[in-house]
Design a protein around this ligand. Structure first.
Ligand SMILES: [Fe+2]
Ligand SMILES: [Fe+2]
Length: 331
């Protein structure tokens, strides 16, 4: 019997590559609202063929809810294999957008089915690819330029925070891969608590918030902690990064107004990466995104640099190097 809409989940065609042997059934929605099985598990899929079956330009395909996790596992695995294998000359911009697209599937998985061991291992797989990308020493602005394309700004934001935090960690000469992987994971998951806030609140500029809305917004770090605690083996550092990513050195952050001395060392880095990305990627609170150089100057001269000193200087070095490299290429 054909499945009904409540048994299926829509998947954007952008998340879906033309690959041999898709391990699950795929459906398209016909103009009459019914669903048609177009690819049986084990068959090759092509987006062109799907569009012709649906007799229209196709934006999405549908998978059974029970097979959705399999879909995400396949997507994450494909992205990992693609980014690790030849050709090794994939530009950082493309790598960053592939990672954002993959993270989009994982965030949807968390939204639909809650945070679980599986979604945790998917998030770890993505952050391992982010660390590999960072270790090839890409320029910061090349990564950022690949992160303005996705439909979901929160996903782009989280991938950017993850990558920038890992870059700062390496610039600080943190040698242990485990530490860099943890910081990338903290960056990726830091705003997971926003998944529980209403889209109306998230799409409203913070300057227009009422008092109650500010209180509601400021619950997202703690909500994030609660979401992560549903899985047993999350490192304490990752929990701390989620909880403390809006704290700052002078004790004027939220939710606990911690001073730097009481902040987790990895959270200090994620907090600065978060502030930087909030200034440089388009978002509802910015009339115009700043260049990396403008953002550093703003953090220093307007915000008064309420961040960890070493982490700020490491970020500034990354931005300056990026700017010099660009100038050399132009001249
Ligand atoms: Fe946040
Ligand atoms: Fe954030």
């Amino acid at each position: 019997m054909d499945p009904s809409i409540d048994q299926l989940v829509a998947v954007s065609i952008k998340e879906f590559a033309d690959l041999p042997r898709i391990p699950f059934d795929l459906y398209v929605r016909l103009p009459n609202g019914k669903f048609l099985l177009v690819i049986k598990a084990g068959m090759a899929a092509s987006t062109r063929r799907l569009s012709s079956e649906a007799q229209s330009h196709l934006e999405e395909v549908w998978v059974r809810k029970t097979e959705y996790r399999k879909f995400v596992t396949r997507t994450v695995h494909t992205a990992q294999t693609f980014l690790a294998g030849p050709p090794h000359n994939i530009p950082p911009k493309s790598k960053a957008s592939i990672l954002a697209m993959t993270a989009n599937s994982v965030f949807s998985e968390i939204e639909r089915f809650g945070f679980s061991n599986e979604s945790y291992s998917h998030a770890r797989a993505i952050t391992n690819s982010i660390v590999k990308m960072v270790d090839q020493k890409p320029e910061l602005s090349h990564i950022m330029s690949g992160l303005t394309l996705s439909q979901d700004r929160l996903v782009d934001h989280c991938i950017a925070v993850s990558a920038i935090a890992a870059m700062i960690g390496r610039e600080l000469n943190w040698q242990k891969d485990q530490t860099i992987e943890k910081i990338a994971l903290g960056g990726m998951l830091h705003d997971i608590g926003k998944k529980e806030l209403s889209p109306e609140l998230l799409n409203k500029p913070r300057i227009d918030y009422t008092h109650d809305e500010v209180i509601e917004y400021e619950t997202h770090p703690y909500r994030g902690v609660q979401i992560l605690q549903s899985v047993s083996n999350i490192p304490d550092d990752v929990i701390a990064m989620v909880y403390e990513h809006h704290e700052n050195s002078i004790g004027q952050g939220f939710p606990r107004r911690l001073r730097e001395v009481r902040m987790n060392p990895l959270a200090r880095v994620v907090a600065i990466a978060n502030a930087f990305v909030n200034l440089t990627l388009p978002n509802i609170n910015l009339s115009k995104a700043k260049s990396p150089l403008e953002a550093i100057s703003y953090m220093e001269n307007v915000q008064g640099r309420p961040y960890n000193r070493e982490a700020f200087l490491a970020l500034k070095t990354l931005v300056d190097r990026d700017h010099k490299n660009k100038k050399v290429k132009v001249s």
